[in-house]
Design a protein around this ligand. Structure first.
Ligand SMILES: [Zn+2]
Length: 340
């Protein structure tokens, strides 16, 4: 459902006393998913008249990430896994003074402000089986006035037993577009790709890698700012955790770049298959797209789409380095340039 519909759905659930104690929010966890989680938290914790007012102390603390009765559980370390060790406190003989806060242990304690407590699991699909099973017990017998929010963009990776105990809110989002500072150089490149072969592929991939290098720098800056804000709130940010956040932010940005390549090649295919009247995504580049579509056979336009899907798998699932994947990929694609 649309974000506005999802908000109304939750407002209605609250008004009619039918809030679930746990929701799976299907959306990018660090973007729209986190925004929606904050909305749900404000809806319950707001002290203003028209919840969420966005202005009371609770609303402002939730927005800035400083609300004391919220726990954001994230995949730790490079493994990118949420382990059972993050979930609950071990037996007394295994405890020490430096124990981190544990998600489920924390959820069972009394709220500092005496109201609602919120346990948010970012990338809930990264819970390993032991962590999922530990969570399951709490989902079956949730502490009172506790809301659990599981954020994920791949709900199919959650255990079915978890899914069945949470109400799902799947957000429908418009396709993410690159910000202008990345979109413009990428489009300039795509509209000027006239040559094929390994040398051209190498040159084009250098241009794409330059955009990706900027995205990497941005991800580092954003994660650094986030860590500073968290540390101002008195919580130490682990270096490995910060690295994991950088990696996750970067992957998100890169996936929008790959989606842009995909839409460009789909536009070429649409015109090659259905002619100049075919509806296309990048209509502002219609002339260039039509010329390109006229220069390649339909089979090549189709092969491009398969290749871009493989590109996405190599980057996302197989985690191969950009510098290996892009030159190889560009060498396979027929962009319909004028010089063959
Ligand atoms: Zn408020």
């Amino acid at each position: 459902m649309l974000v506005s519909e999802a908000r109304d759905f939750l407002r209605h659930a609250k008004a009619s006393g039918r809030m679930a104690h746990a929701y799976t929010i299907v959306a990018p966890p660090r973007a729209e998913g986190a925004d929606f989680a904050k909305f749900a938290m404000k809806l319950l914790a707001c002290r203003g008249e028209n919840a969420p007012c966005g202005e009371c102390a609770a609303c402002r603390q939730i927005d800035s990430g400083a609300f004391p009765d919220a726990f954001w559980l994230r995949p730790a370390k490079k493994s990118r896994i949420i382990s059972v060790d993050q979930m609950r406190r071990g037996p007394p003989e295994h405890r020490n003074d430096f124990d981190p806060p544990y998600f489920l242990t924390w959820l069972g304690e009394t709220a500092l402000l005496g109201g609602w407590k919120f346990g948010i699991i970012e990338f809930a699909d990264r819970m390993n089986e032991a962590a999922s099973n530990a969570l399951l017990k709490t989902l079956e017998e949730p502490p009172p006035e506790t809301l659990m929010l599981l954020l994920t963009d791949t709900p199919q990776a959650l255990l079915p037993t978890i899914v069945s105990r949470c109400e799902e809110v799947a957000l429908t989002l418009p396709p993410a577009e690159l910000e202008a500072r990345h979109f413009e150089p990428l489009m300039a490149l795509l509209s000027s790709m006239d040559y094929r072969g390994p040398f051209a592929a190498h040159a084009y991939s250098q241009a794409i890698l330059a955009i990706l290098a900027k995205m990497q720098a941005e991800a580092e800056e954003e994660a650094g700012n986030e860590a500073d804000a968290t540390e101002e709130g008195g919580v130490k940010v682990d270096k490995d955790e910060e690295k994991a956040i950088v990696a996750s932010l970067y992957r998100q940005k890169r996936s929008v770049l790959v989606a842009t390549l995909q839409r460009w090649l789909r536009d070429i295919l649409a015109i090659a298959a259905a002619g100049d009247a075919a509806p296309i995504h990048y209509s502002q580049f219609a002339d260039s797209l039509r010329e390109r579509a006229s220069r390649i056979p339909l089979s090549a336009a189709l092969a491009n789409i398969e290749a871009v899907e493989e590109l996405s798998i190599q980057l996302e699932a197989r985690n191969l380095p950009d510098s290996t994947v892009f030159p190889y990929w560009l060498d396979r694609i027929d962009f319909g340039g004028s010089s063959k």
